[in-house]
Ligand binder design. Structure first.
Ligand SMILES: N[C@@H](CCC(=O)N[C@@H](CS)C(=O)NCC(=O)O)C(=O)O
Length: 200
């Protein structure tokens, strides 16, 4: 059985839980506590994930850390026809482009603003909120005219960008002007086997 080191309030872990639900894959959740903004982990956890972060996935002999790597692995391990990770080169490249946004402007903007407001982590809230608006602007540039981030159906690009956009209000970031983003959030929530997390 797959094992996911996880926390309910973590948007990065939620990305993995959401894909596992869409793929209908059973897994065991291993909760990791947080204290003073850091995960409470021991040496055996650091053997699995030297960064000490969550999520971490263990699948038999395969151990992976980082939501992007885990999303790619699970989608690739699953049936090729499911479409979550397109194999056609141009579409695969498009998916990677949005995974890059998720790990840059979304992480440094939407994720960071929420971490400061909701969890009291240190950081420059105004700078994070400005970066968050840039991230939303990039999402809106696509979603104003297209239903999904890459190609014509949902992919792991949507899963990677969705949680922190949907949690924007928890970082005091206003998404109201981004009507394409707001509609896309609703579209993802209406997919079969969608699951939420606190705040979504
Ligand atoms: N780029 C990583 C970021 C992972 C990350 O920031 N994890 C947070 C929870 S969302 C964490 O473990 N924070 C506590 C710590 O770093 O000790 C990913 O996408 O998985």
């Amino acid at each position: 059985m797959l094992k996911l080191y996880d926390r309910e309030a973590s948007g990065n872990c939620y990305k993995v839980r959401l894909l596992l639900s869409f793929l209908n894959m059973p897994y065991e959740r291993i909760p990791v506590a947080m204290k003073g903004g850091k995960n409470v982990v021991d040496g055996s956890y650091l053997q699995l994930n030297p960064r000490g972060q969550i999520p971490t996935l263990v699948d038999g002999d395969t151990t992976l850390w980082g939501s992007t790597a885990i999303l790619c692995y699970l989608a690739a391990r699953h049936d090729e026809t499911s479409g979550w990770l397109p194999r056609e080169p141009a579409r695969l490249g498009e998916v990677m482009q949005w995974l890059e946004l998720a790990q840059n402007e979304i992480l440094n903007g939407l994720f960071r603003a929420r971490a400061i407001v909701k969890f009291g982590l240190p950081g420059d809230l105004e700078a994070a909120q400005q970066t968050a608006q840039r991230a939303l602007g990039v999402l809106e540039s696509r979603l104003a005219t297209q239903p999904w981030l890459a190609g014509s159906g949902p992919t792991i690009a949507d899963i990677a960008c969705f949680p922190y956009a949907a949690l924007a209000v928890e970082g005091k970031v206003d998404i109201a002007p981004c009507t394409g983003v707001a509609q896309w959030i609703g579209r993802i929530k209406s997919l079969d086997r969608f699951v939420g997390m606190p705040g979504i």
